[in-house]
Design a protein. Sequence first.
Length: 186
Amino acid sequence: MTPEQNAVMTVANLMTLAARTAPKGKGIDTLEIRVLAKKDMKNFATRLEQLGREQKIGFFIRDAQNLAASDACFLIGCHGDIVAGIDCGACGYASCAELTKAKKKKTNPATPFEGPNCALRMTDLGIAIGSAVKTAQVHNVDNRVMYSGGVAARDLGLFPKDCTVVYAIPLSATGKNIFFDRPGSK
């Protein structure tokens, strides 16, 4: 490992701390967090590229190139089906019980993420992602939040099946930000 790669792994661990300690609705932590080292990135990038080709999603292929060039990747997901129990209706259902009932009926395995999800849990996930990327930025580690990488992480079984939504945040420390000036995708 280069000194930069060592530093990136240290920052990835600090990102884990930032995400874990971010505020959570009703104080309930439903997050799952993983960190992939440089040695794990080739398999991860290859799977994302395969998914892009299979599903004809150009930005998956573009993002796979970023993953392959990254020094590490911070992965974060959420158990979005753990309801907050406040019947707020933000999920589209009148009550948390209705969301839970709808979740049990879901039978479409073709979608990359599973819903419906509790809006408070998705907000918790967003706040934790923001805390993590802020930590990377403070330590000068280039990063990008990727929906596509989350799809690949779930597909590879890096998270439990009941982790309903996952995002990837690849990390890089080079002379030029690899996540900037990326080629367009279709």
